[in-house]
Write a protein that binds this ligand. Structure first.
Ligand code: ZN
Length: 161
């Protein structure tokens, strides 16, 4: 496993749509392992493959530090409610902004063995799923920020993806 370089806003790889994964090859498995290690190393709660420069529909999320989700070809199939709160991104270091997201999300994805599973999340997990899936379509949260993007001190960041 290795920690990969996190691409930052301005890098065009973050603005491109990602391709579906058809098979979990050893290379894809290595990518997933590296994404997990990179996410934890950066104290993020989620990371999408384009953030490490790979245009594949893969995200990893862990909102609690003990509930790792590997999502391959994820799709949101249901949303409800609304939450408005602070959001950050490992690709936009030192910044945060207010974004409104659904408060409940149901998604389907494949795991590392290409088994389809369903995941439901509320609050932070719902926010993280929406944020990470946006990355797969080349979108960053800064496009959705209400008001100004704010500077944050490292210790004040409540979470980053
Ligand atoms: Zn992000």
């Amino acid at each position: 496993m290795a920690i990969r370089n996190i691409r930052e806003i301005g890098d065009s790889v973050l603005n491109k749509p990602c391709k579906e994964v058809t098979e979990v090859t050893p290379r894809i498995r290595e990518l997933i392992d590296d994404m997990i290690e990179t996410m934890y190393d950066a104290n993020g709660v989620g990371l999408a493959a384009p953030q490490v420069g790979v245009l594949k529909r893969i995200v990893v999320i862990d909102c609690t530090g003990e509930d790792l989700l590997v999502m391959i070809n994820p799709k949101i199939i249901e949303t409800s409610g609304e939450q408005t709160g602070g959001e950050g991104c490992l690709s936009v270091p030192g910044k945060s902004g207010i974004v409104t997201r659904p408060n409940y999300v149901k998604a389907v994805a494949y795991d590392e063995n290409m088994n389809l599973y369903e995941v439901e999340g509320t609050e932070l997990l719902a926010r993280a799923i929406c944020h990470e899936l946006d990355h797969l379509d080349g979108h960053l949260y800064v496009e959705k920020v209400e008001g100004e993007l704010m500077d944050v001190a490292q210790e004040e960041e409540d979470w980053e993806e």
